[in-house]
Design a protein around this ligand. Structure first.
Ligand SMILES: Cc1cc2nc3c(=O)[nH]c(=O)nc-3n(C[C@H](O)[C@H](O)[C@H](O)COP(=O)(O)OP(=O)(O)OC[C@H]3O[C@@H](n4cnc5c(N)ncnc54)[C@H](O)[C@@H]3O)c2cc1C
Length: 351
């Protein structure tokens, strides 16, 4: 898809609006702002847009999107991306927004884990249930190796060539990487806690075939402790289902235990919270800080329902409130996309 993306930005980016979260509600917020002639940058800690729909249930059908009797979750994301295309949003993927301050001039400074900074007139938090973080291996001493000899995602497959790899997990990431890295690695051992896999059956069958051919190992076990000598990782001890402890030599551990959402930095920005959600009014969907709005699963107000449909409605009303926040002198009109020439122009619809 052709929505512009960025992974690193050195200089501060000036934005009318920054949307934190590229889930369905963050994406639809782009659309509602775009109809009003307001541009947006969207930041998400994941490497791909779509939030829970793309991350947790891409292949599941959704039945309660108005006028679409059934729609796959990833299909919904793809359709939203298609719908916002005319507004050319900048997507900053793989960036967690970690710092947020309101400046004296009323604008906002945001900083991301990827080194980008934004100077924004308004902020929409569409952070859902939080930013997705990898489930960690949880072994003593692991902290010191994370990002190095212990990795939760493959940043550069070439760096793993010739290494002895121990890969943990039973989902698609674990199986796909085990098979992909097999021809290049010195050795690959897959460790999974049980015989059933969440990965695609075809990948599981391929893995078993490679094991049967003696090209890789598969062990049903849990990680128990790290083997460290002279400050370097030498391997990992695993506990098999039978209770035996086995020592595996390894240069690199790749851990794919899935992702879990963490409200994370958003909880520390001084915004009023209620049960781990941002308190907003049900007119503007503004948080306790003027200029900062929240839509989708992250917000709460009387009667709130965590549904995509509710988030879409919130995004529509928030857009008008944001327009008023940015341009208080501007008169607001309700225009229909069917008949409004200016909206047609913004949407690229020939009149
Ligand atoms: C299995 C399942 C089935 C579902 N079925 C339905 C259904 O049938 N109908 C329905 O209406 N709803 C359904 N839902 C709920 C629906 O998915 C959510 O309501 C919806 O995803 C909320 O969208 P969102 O944009 O608010 O947040 P999310 O989809 O959670 O997206 C939020 C995004 O914000 C990012 N983020 C958070 N914090 C930061 C940060 N600090 N910096 C950068 N990025 C950040 C996250 O990485 C994430 O990508 C289902 C949910 C699940 C789990």
């Amino acid at each position: 898809m052709s929505v512009a993306t960025s992974t690193t930005n050195a200089a501060s980016i000036t934005a009318e609006v920054v949307i934190i979260g590229a889930g369905p509600c963050g994406l639809f917020q782009v659309f509602e702002l775009g109809l009003l002639g307001i541009s947006a940058h969207v930041v998400d800690s994941l490497q791909h847009p779509g939030g829970q729909c793309a991350e947790l249930y891409p292949d599941k059908p959704i039945y309660d999107i108005p006028a679409i009797p059934v729609c796959g979750a990833q299909e919904l994301v793809d359709r939203l991306l298609q719908q916002i295309k005319p507004f050319k949003p900048q997507l900053h993927l793989g960036h967690e927004v970690v710092a947020f301050t309101r400046r004296e001039d009323g604008r906002f400074t945001l900083a991301t884990s990827g080194g980008a900074t934004f100077d924004a007139g308004a902020v929409v938090i569409a952070g859902g249930v939080g930013s997705f973080q990898p489930r960690r291996i949880g072994l003593e001493g692991a902290d010191g190796f994370e990002g190095g000899a212990i990795q939760y995602r493959v940043k550069n497959a070439d760096e793993l060539a010739g290494k002895r790899l121990v890969i943990f997990g039973g989902g698609d990431s674990a199986l796909d990487w085990a098979l992909e890295l097999l021809p290049r690695a010195a050795a690959v051992t897959l460790v999974h806690r049980r015989a059933e896999f969440r990965a695609a059956p075809a990948s599981v069958a391929k893995m078993h075939a490679q094991v049967a051919a003696g090209r890789m190992r598969y062990v049903e076990a849990l990680p128990q402790s790290l083997n460290v000598a002279d400050g370097a990782l030498r391997g990992v001890n695993i506990k098999t289902r039978a209770g035996a402890v086995e020592s595996l030599q390894a240069d690199q551990l790749l851990v794919f235990f899935g992702l879990h959402p963490k409200l994370g930095p958003i909880a520390e920005w001084g915004l009023a919270l209620e049960k781990k959600a941002l308190r907003v009014d049900a007119e503007k969907f503004q948080t306790s800080l003027p200029g900062v709005f929240a839509v989708g699963d992250i917000n709460t107000y009387p009667g709130k329902k965590k549904l995509i449909l509710s988030g879409f409605h919130e995004a529509a009303l928030a857009a008008f409130a944001i327009q008023h926040h940015l341009y208080p002198q501007k008169k607001q009109f309700l225009q229909y996309t069917t008949t409004s020439p200016v909206m047609h122009q913004r949407l690229g619809v020939p009149d």
